[in-house]
Design a protein around this ligand. Structure first.
Ligand SMILES: Cc1ncc(COP(=O)(O)O)c(C=O)c1O
Length: 334
């Protein structure tokens, strides 16, 4: 099979770029120093590659991701780095053939975990990103409460999500340090062996966490590309030019195939004008006309990998024009 055989829009990954990203990260953060976040690729075949390189613990954002990894035999040590209150889903999690650790940040999430029969938790601490996580000075009391409820507290997690995309490397380092000081102070009172934090943008700067939760590094996107990290953009969307006027061309890939919260995708040697539901309209650089015609195939490089992947059912692994394999994006949904 070749690229010409794929129906568009199609999610494709360059095999060599993917392998280079995986190998670079495995060398920097070997084995359990990395707990890859699967939300970035939602693909058990890709997770299997990460496990083969020595990363046997995974970070998940959804129950579906936990269930899928367990079913694929990748359940050695799964962290659900997210708060869950749904009793039915928690009950299912507790019965997976996997080691399950759950993030908790309140009395309610602790009680729900204990009631469902879950055994291990991390205290989720807010370290500057106004999302989940308890205030750092609540972590000790929550750890005590969890232990009183019969749960094992394996340590803390605290995701510095407000820092990972900061373009200036020095500022990224300073802000990571500030966040991790909060997490270490919380850890001093919770105990446990795990300090879980970090992402692709801070993978080599967060030296305080015992494990880094990076996920985007494997496929990458144009937002992370700006940071000058040692990972290359491996993921693009193959699209077909379906309409052409004098000044612009239109590709059959729009908002419903692209995560747009980090901005427009890139089209090499062209300037993206805008994306709509099913289309991307683009011109040439600096007002020049596009150099493609109706029927041509082009690549769009997404600005945000996670939501882009979640729109697609398959990830085609390619080498130049050849399609080597097609991997199901089998961890989608909640
Ligand atoms: C809890 C958590 N940890 C880690 C990450 C790291 O992901 P990335 O590799 O995209 O920086 C994310 C991404 O949003 C996250 O939500």
């Amino acid at each position: 099979m070749t690229l010409a055989d794929l129906a568009t829009p199609a999610l494709v990954v360059e095999a060599a770029a993917l392998e280079s990203n995986l190998a670079t990260m495995a060398a920097a953060l070997p084995g359990p120093r990395l707990r890859p976040h699967v939300k970035a690729h939602k693909c058990t075949r890709l997770a299997t590659r990460q496990a083969a390189l020595g990363h046997r613990g995974f970070t998940c954002a959804t129950v579906r991701e936990m269930e899928g990894l367990a079913r694929a035999g990748l359940g050695a040590d799964l962290l659900l780095a997210n708060e869950i209150l749904d009793a039915k889903r928690l009950f299912g999690l507790a019965r997976l053939d996997a080691r399950v650790t759950l993030a908790v940040d309140s009395s309610e999430t602790i009680a729900a975990a204990a009631r469902a029969g879950l055994r291990e938790v991390l205290i989720d601490v807010e370290v500057g990103l106004p999302r989940c996580g308890c205030p750092p000075d609540r972590a000790g009391a929550l750890a005590d409460e969890a232990r009183r409820s019969g749960l094992v507290v394996r340590g803390v997690m605290g995701y510095e999500g407000h820092v990972v995309g900061v373009e200036d490397r020095d500022r990224r380092a300073t802000e990571t340090r500030r966040s991790m000081e909060l997490l270490l102070a919380a850890h001093a009172v919770t105990g446990g062996e795990i300090i879980s934090a970090g992402g692709t943008g801070t993978f080599d700067q967060n030296t305080w966490a015992t494990e880094i939760q990076a996920g985007s590094y494997a496929l990458m996107d144009t937002a992370y590309e700006r940071l000058g990290l040692p990972f290359v953009c491996a993921l693009s969307i193959l699209a077909t030019v379906v309409s052409r006027r004098a000044d612009w061309a239109v590709a059959d890939c729009g908002l419903k195939a692209l995560g747009m919260d980090h901005g427009n995708p890139r089209i090499d040697d062209h300037a993206v004008w805008f994306c709509s539901d099913e289309h991307t309209t683009f011109g040439g650089p600096e007002g020049a006309p596009p150099t493609v015609g109706v029927g041509d195939r082009i690549r769009l490089w997404p600005a945000h990998v996670d939501p882009t992947v979640a729109y697609h059912e398959e990830l085609h692994v390619i080498d130049g024009e050849r399609v080597l394999e097609s991997w199901p994006i089998d961890l989608r949904g909640w």
